[in-house]
Design a binder for this molecule. Structure first.
Ligand SMILES: Nc1nc2c(ncn2[C@@H]2O[C@H](COP(=O)(O)OP(=O)(O)OP(=O)(O)O)[C@@H](O)[C@H]2O)c(=O)[nH]1
Ligand SMILES: [Mg+2]
Length: 479
């Protein structure tokens, strides 16, 4: 464990990388961070006119326009805009320069080579953010928020990333830790001065403070059900027998002919995945091979993959067709088995335009009521656009029904956070029980100490090198 008290330490090497995406663009940004960044830029950047300063003369948070030279100072590579952020008030906490240059392959490469020639080294993935963490500019949850912000594809992903990036989760965790330490201090007082401090009021006070911590942690832990889905997308799988209209439903929902539709049972073999955004929520919809016993090797593999997708799904849209009445009981068996695996299912009485649909509807209503779980049944016909809209509405309704989070409360979106909070909550609950059972106070204090230390790992106040490595290596180069 590395106790990162020394939050102002700087790492020796000056690092550089292109922070904008690979490929050709109008402009690109190259970042340079570290003690030597001013000297390196000063050597290579010549102001365009007297209006602009050299890199070392620039005031912090100003820009200069000028020419960028190669490391021999013979050839101009590009005309650039240089921005200077001074330590410690920069993203990394170190002296940091941003070179805005033209976004062609040659220019970017040549500028990078010029700074490497003068002693900068290539930044690894996430190294700018890692330095920001080491220098106390970001805690781990905020750094994870930065990464989520970059990969956000929907407004809800953006919102949860922003919440974390702004340090709201970090603040909540700090508050809980503070409360835990206060409770430990109160317990300490009772141990030290039992004759004065060990009163029923004091004990009631401690228990109520513990209950409060329990409630906060519990609501954070519970928010993960929705939080995980917001961050990773809601995984919806369309399943059912061959030829019931699974691919037709996928196509209608995503609004394009994504999957092949034919009258031949067993048309879809592979997994077909489409991503849509429903009211700011990312949804990944997967069409699958029809479920049946088969000797066809390709189809068998497809069905195997269908089951894998089902396994990972948050919601299964299971379609029945009026055309294969002989299989309805088989379908019901399949559904029972999925329910036993705790899968969430909505049933579709498909091909609503066919005459036997009513019979299917009645059968479903009758038999579904005998199941242990209440399942919703929707109608669908590929000829009715509004059916696709109702299914989309249902998907959103399903998501909303997973939680009761109030609009502005913190949402946990990372498994790492969830695990830590869950463990902390267990320790706090043990402490509550122990307190009620009047177990010796020093043991309770020990449990609370463990809980507070657990939380320190969440924000990165106490964290292993290995964890830091794991988190930042998932970042892109240049961030
Ligand atoms: N009448 C009617 N026919 C439909 C409907 N939906 C699909 N079909 C037809 O049913 C046949 C199978 O449709 P698909 O969407 O390919 O069915 P699937 O479940 O993906 O089939 P597999 O990929 O073989 O498992 C095609 O001929 C479709 O035109 C519907 O709502 N009404
Ligand atoms: Mg299909």
């Amino acid at each position: 464990m590395n106790n990162l008290n020394n939050k102002t330490q700087t790492t020796a090497a000056t690092i550089a990388a292109v922070s904008t995406p690979a490929g050709v663009s109008g402009l690109a940004v190259i970042r340079l961070s570290g003690k030597e960044s001013g000297r390196i830029c000063d050597h290579l950047f010549k102001p365009l006119s007297k209006r602009f300063k050299t890199a070392l003369e620039m005031k912090p948070y100003t820009v200069g326009v000028g020419y960028w030279y190669d490391s021999e100072q013979c050839n101009i590579i590009d005309q650039v805009v240089l921005t200077y952020f001074a330590a410690p008030n920069s993203y990394t906490g170190e002296d940091l320069y941003e070179i805005s240059c033209h976004g062609g392959h040659y220019v970017k490469q040549a500028i990078l080579e010029s700074v490497f020639a003068l002693g900068a080294v290539p930044a690894g993935p996430g190294e700018f953010s890692r330095r920001a963490f080491i220098n106390g500019k970001l805690d781990l949850t905020e750094a994870e928020g930065v990464m989520d912000m970059i990969s956000a594809e929907s407004s809800r992903q953006n919102q949860v990333a922003l919440q974390q990036l702004r340090g709201m989760l970090a603040k909540e965790i700090q508050d809980v830790r503070k409360n835990l330490y206060q409770i430990m201090a109160q317990i300490e007082m009772i141990i030290e001065f039992p004759e004065n401090e060990d009163t029923p009021e004091q004990r009631a006070d401690i228990l109520s403070a513990l209950n409060q911590v329990d409630r906060t942690l519990n609501s954070a832990v519970a928010s993960f059900t929705q939080g995980r889905i917001v961050r990773e997308g809601l995984h919806v799988v369309i399943a059912g027998r061959p030829n019931v209209g699974k691919s037709s439903l996928l196509n209608l929902i995503v609004g394009e002919e994504k999957a092949i539709v034919t009258a031949i049972p067993g048309t879809t073999r592979d997994i077909i995945e489409a991503q849509i955004v429903l009211q700011g929520l990312s949804v990944v919809i997967t069409d699958t091979a029809g479920l049946r016993a088969t000797d066809d090797i390709v189809e068998k593999e497809g069905i195997e993959r269908a089951y894998q997708a089902i396994e990972k799904s948050d919601l299964i849209i299971y379609i029945f067709s009026p055309e294969n009445e002989e299989l309805w009981f088989e379908d019901l068996k399949e559904i029972k088995s999925l329910l036993e695996q705790n899968k969430k299912i909505v049933l579709i009485a498909g091909k609503q335009d066919l005459p036997d649909h009513q019979k299917l509807s009645a059968w479903l209503n009758q038999h579904v009521s005998t199941l242990d779980h209440k399942l919703d049944i929707l109608d669908f016909s590929k000829f009715k656009d509004q059916n696709a809209e109702s299914i989309k509405k249902y998907i959103l309704y399903f998501f909303e029904s997973l939680g009761d989070s109030e609009g502005d409360s913190i949402m946990i979106t990372h498994l790492r956070h969830h695990r830590i909070l869950q463990k902390t909550l267990e320790q706090v609950r043990q402490a509550e029980q122990a307190f009620e059972l009047e177990i010796p106070l020093d043991l309770i204090s020990g449990l609370l100490q463990a809980a507070a230390e657990e939380l320190a790992e969440l924000t990165g106040d106490q964290v292993s090198e290995e964890l830091i490595e794991t988190i930042f290596s998932a970042f892109c180069v240049g961030k």
